[in-house]
Ligand binder design. Sequence first.
Ligand code: SAH
Length: 374
Amino acid sequence: MTATTRVNLLNLDRPAMEQFFTSIGEKPFRARQVMQWIHQRGITDFDLMTDLSKDLRARLRQQAEVRLPEVSVEQHSRDGTRKWLLHLDGVENAVECVLIPEDKRMTLCVSSQVGCSLNCSFCSTARQGFNRNLSTAEIIAQVYLAQHALIRDGDAQGITNVVMMGMGEPLLNYDAVMAALNIMCDDFAYGLSKRRVTISTAGVVPAIKRLHASTDVSLAVSLHAPNDALRDQLVPLNRKYPISELMAACREYVSAHNRRRITFEYVMLQGVNDSLEHARELVKILRSVPSKLNLIPFNPYPDALYATSDQQTIDRFRDYVVAKGIVTVTRRTRGDDIDAACGQLVGRVKDRSRRSRKFQISVESSTGLNHVSN
Ligand code: SAH
């Protein structure tokens, strides 16, 4: 078999790995052994998998591989945050993932797509347009690389939480993301509890319903506005799935699980969504669902159309919603000295939507620059 037809074992969750071993005439339990070698011990060379027979190792060399993306840059922030840029497709595309140490937690923020197709007006990933979905291998490779970097550095605990809050919309890459979640939660791989794995969505309502039928990972929803008129502007997906439908899907998602709450993310944009009137509207909406609110100071990037609310405005907003009984956390900005904060992940996207170019033209015309570079 040639390299291109070898099965990349990073794409396989346990049922798929068992099927693979069955298909080559082996017992399904080989899947557990090989998953432990790869994901827990960080061994990708079949020759080193000593509890497999020599014959099986030779066949794996021929028929399978463990292919990781290339780490092109690793950056360390002053506050301990680490960011990796991973090259895909040669150097054409790249995605970022970010590791955030906080108290006893070690949270990895994982990307699910190269770019994003949703075009939220305040997000820098949106600026770059969209190229393609990541494969399961490319998603789980982010966990693999961060986990084994931690282990190499002597951190025995490793990753404790994963948030699908990097580049892309995870619920528009449903199957690959689900298989990656299975691997994250598998005791023979990373063994994370489902509560510690969070999918963040801009509100793909049918996929939230589908998710509810198959798993109970934690769910975060990027709300950002308390009414449809404003949310239509900030999160254009709202025109398809308005707030009332989104909240109904959220209610359904938590209904079967006692004490589970949905996390609502709300980026604070100066003069746009940060008034007390907005806070009042927001409280009304959030009361209909067991919820937690994350207020995120807007993280700036070049040519951003928004500014962050000042601290006083954020505090006033927070005090109001807290007084109304909404559990609220104001997120600290982490890793901003290495552009690793929320909404600053850009990677490299060979844009197929032409959005990045359209945006460049509009910025240049609004700033009086009339040349159009390629
Ligand atoms: N598409 C998914 C996953 C991305 S999560 C989603 O929308 O939930 C990234 C989070 O960072 C989202 O809540 C997003 O709205 C937020 N975000 C994007 N740009 C930001 C910025 N510049 N400052 C702060 N938060 C931002």
